[in-house]
Design a binder for this molecule. Structure first.
Ligand SMILES: CC(C)(COP(=O)(O)OP(=O)(O)OC[C@H]1O[C@@H](n2cnc3c(N)ncnc32)[C@H](O)[C@@H]1OP(=O)(O)O)[C@@H](O)C(=O)NCCC(=O)NCCS
Length: 176
């Protein structure tokens, strides 16, 4: 893991590098989020226009500026494969780090999300140990649930909540 200073840290794994998004990533944000396959379980996340992707990039960048971490762009060589990271949010009166991953379907099924999520959860346990990492996953999204578990999270039924697209199952890094 290379530390480039507060708010600009790059994470390295055996196959991937995870980098803070820049405006050059807006096209990838747009491409991934307008593909109905990537939002099949979370239709509220779908983006229509490039302007929507610019807005989303700005929100991601605001989070980085404010908290020194956020969503990373997953790179393999020169290609951007998608996104993985965390956003600070409240869940049942507690500050938590909400884990997120969304990949271009061309990269699915090769362990990329698991590798990226493990790096992000490892970063959180080293740098934000007081905050549980949680994942909010739709009950039918088996691939996402597998990624959460393989990244070290476990099912926490008592935290389940209604999300924008219906019931979210909660997975957490902290034992109750
Ligand atoms: C969820 C997602 C990130 C997984 O990415 P990925 O790189 O293909 O995941 P991995 O290759 O690391 O595989 C993770 C596990 O899911 C399993 N899996 C993959 N697709 C599956 C499916 N359709 N049903 C059940 N399990 C599945 C894999 O077999 C693997 O488990 P295993 O190692 O025990 O065999 C990817 O499918 C995606 O971007 N989906 C759309 C966005 C999304 O739903 N994000 C989560 C929102 S909560």
């Amino acid at each position: 893991m290379r530390d480039r200073g507060f708010g600009n840290e790059e994470l390295m794994t055996s196959r991937l590098s995870l980098r803070r998004p820049t405006p050059a990533d807006i096209d990838l944000i747009h491409a991934v989020h307008r593909d109905p396959r990537t939002c099949a379980h979370n239709p509220a996340d779908m983006l229509d226009t490039r302007a929507d992707a610019e807005d989303l990039y700005r929100r991601w960048d605001d989070h980085w500026q404010r908290w020194g971490f956020g969503y990373w762009v997953i790179h393999s060589g020169r290609s951007g494969l998608g996104f993985c990271g965390m956003k600070l949010m409240r869940l049942k009166d507690q500050d938590v780090l909400n884990l997120f991953y969304r990949l271009d379907p061309v990269a699915w099924g090769e362990g990329v999300a698991t590798e990226a999520a493990m790096a992000v959860v490892g970063w959180a346990s080293a740098h934000r140990p007081d905050h549980p990492v949680i994942a909010r996953v739709r009950p039918e999204n088996a691939a996402s649930q597998r990624v959460a578990v393989k990244a070290g999270l476990h099912r926490a039924e008592h935290l389940d909540t209604q999300g924008e697209d219906g019931l979210d199952w909660i997975f957490t890094s902290h034992r109750p």
